[in-house]
Design a protein around this ligand. Structure first.
Ligand SMILES: Cc1cc2nc3c(=O)[nH]c(=O)nc-3n(C[C@H](O)[C@H](O)[C@H](O)COP(=O)(O)OP(=O)(O)OC[C@H]3O[C@@H](n4cnc5c(N)ncnc54)[C@H](O)[C@@H]3O)c2cc1C
Length: 505
């Protein structure tokens, strides 16, 4: 691209974590950045919800891979801990089954080995050591070659992995399923179920996801932190850093059209009719919104659609402010169904809510032994099919709510549910907040070895248009969406000819 200058305007559409992080890297490069967000606050899924006179996290709650944000802070001459003094969790999560059995995973690896030995016996404790070694190898192989790289194809990934040693190709186990891989490490079905749940961090089924996703276990082993005041404070911190760089996040500014001129992006049109010219646009909405025509005809073919069959999971969530719960809760708690394969077949093959759901409960006032005094804030989540564009699902959600509460009670967690202190979100609500997604919260499901390559990269078919977010490479989750924002910013800077980026993207 010729004639580009640092004062060329880059418009970022969407202030989810991918959009905010892209904007920060671009602004740090001295570019003139404008962020346009449809909602009335930045953060996207990283959002706080008001309820019963307080605020609570209604989206992500598990904060991992802090190094992504440490690196961003360092680029800006800051320290993450000065803005958000993160607290590492000593106990990562508590897992409970209906028969009363319970297993905690700890930040201390040997404490987890001991706990698994007591829970399932010495063979499974050894299995956990082998599983963890494999998860670490997968992580260490794919970090430089996949997560920290622009979107690879199978050939370029094999080449990059092979440059770290040919054994790397064997280590990442792309072809076997996660479920099969877990069966080789664990005899106890509950452990296979527990570690298989990591596939849902990418909105996927452990029966269909590649064994490569075991690396999520290593990510958690490297640390889970709680964010003082709530995860949503990460979004407000990123917005504050942008303001300090002179970048305003314009909220309540829905973009209804992306425009092109002469075969490249030329600007955006707001729902109000206002036109904002741009040299480059980073789109942080759901990538399927483009193919669905929500952003106009110029960009309808800019990136491939994710068909309904290939969507990742949605969820039904409940935020609740309740009298202090009389149960042994930690911050992160999982109440497992009796039958994981049945649950995931219902979600993906039959596209319906399971009759008995696994329930995740985040007790937001509990952390490292601290318990709340009188009331407490909970987020409960069950996985759901992403059908929010075809049904409002209220009847099914009512039934699901009853089953969820019954299951929790059977697992020793009776919740004193009260009207007015509970707020529910369904796939239909998520589709309305993230148009084009059908309510899918993690983009395309990671099913089969090719799924990671099918995700869009930062560049797309229309020059000047870039993508960032959990639906594009390297994938979903707060830190991964942040990395996608960084990748998009690198591509913009490279394509604008900024010297430092000419070789990197
Ligand atoms: C209930 C829930 C629990 C989760 N739990 C975790 C967890 O524990 N840990 C974790 O790491 N991840 C978790 N995730 C996933 C994580 O939240 C997401 O992967 C990540 O936040 C996605 O960021 P994003 O960049 O894709 O932007 P999004 O959050 O998808 O935001 C996109 C933004 O773009 C805006 N937008 C879209 N279209 C337009 C338009 N036309 N004009 C203007 N603005 C537009 C939207 O309003 C939105 O603000 C969870 C998600 C949910 C919903």
């Amino acid at each position: 691209m010729s004639g580009a200058t640092r004062r060329d305007r880059v418009v970022v559409v969407g202030a989810g974590v991918g959009g905010l992080v892209a904007a920060l890297w671009l602004a740090a490069d001295g570019l003139d950045v404008t962020v346009l967000e449809a909602a009335d606050a930045p953060g996207g899924k990283l959002q706080a919800q008001p309820l019963a006179g307080t605020w609570l996290d209604a989206g992500p709650t598990v904060f991992t891979m802090r190094w992504v944000f440490d690196a961003l802070a360092a680029r800006l001459g800051k320290r993450l801990d000065d803005a958000l003094p993160l607290a590492p969790l000593h106990t990562l999560a508590r897992h409970t089954w209906r028969d009363g059995s319970q297993l905690d995973l700890f930040a201390d690896f040997e404490a987890t080995v001991d706990a698994i030995g007591r829970f399932a016996g010495a063979a499974d404790a050894r299995g956990f050591r082998a599983f963890s070694a494999r998860a670490r190898a997968q992580h260490d192989t794919l970090l430089p070659s996949f997560m920290n790289a622009q979107r690879p194809n199978p050939v370029s990934l094999s080449w990059r992995v092979a440059t770290h040693g040919l054994a790397g190709l064997g280590r990442i186990s792309p072809f076997g399923s996660m479920w099969h891989g877990l069966g080789r490490h664990f005899q106890d079905a509950r452990l296979r179920q527990l570690f298989g749940r990591y596939a849902t961090y990418c909105g996927s089924s452990p029966l269909l996801a590649p064994a490569t996703l075991m690396l999520v276990a290593h990510v958690e082993q490297q640390g889970v932190w709680s964010v003082p005041g709530g995860m949503h404070r990460l979004a407000s911190t990123l917005a504050t850093w942008l303001a300090e760089l002179g970048v305003l996040v314009r909220c309540g500014a829905r973009v209804s059209e992306l425009q092109q001129q002469g075969g490249r992006i030329s600007g955006v049109v707001l729902a109000s009719g206002e036109v904002v010219p741009a040299r480059c646009v980073v789109f942080n909405g759901d990538v399927s919104a483009l193919a669905a025509g929500h952003l106009g005809p110029a960009v309808q073919r800019a990136a491939p659609a994710v068909t309904a069959q290939r969507r990742s999971l949605s969820a039904i969530t409940w935020t609740a402010v309740l009298p202090r719960v009389q149960a042994d809760l930690l911050r992160h708690n999982v109440y497992f169904s009796d039958d994981s394969p049945r649950e995931f077949r219902a979600l993906f093959a039959q596209r319906r809510l399971p009759t008995q759901p696994t329930v995740y409960v985040c007790a937001q006032d509990r952390e490292n032994g601290h318990t709340p005094s009188d009331t407490e804030r909970l987020l409960c989540l069950v996985n759901a099919p992403a059908d929010g564009d075809t049904t409002d699902g209220q009847v099914n959600a009512d039934a699901c709510e009853q089953r969820m509460l019954a299951h929790l009670a059977q697992c020793g967690l009776p919740l004193p549910w009260e009207q007015g202190t509970v707020r529910r979100s369904t796939p239909h609500d998520f589709e309305r907040r993230y148009p084009g997604s059908g309510g899918a919260l993690y983009g395309r499901a990671s099913h089969g070895w090719q799924a990671s390559f099918a995700r869009a990269g930062a560049r797309c078919a229309l020059p000047g248009l870039y993508l960032a977010g959990g639906g594009v490479h390297p994938g979903p989750g707060v830190p991964m969406a942040a990395l996608s924002g960084q990748r998009a910013a690198e591509c913009v800077a490279h394509d604008l000819g900024l010297a430092d980026h000419r070789r990197s993207a």
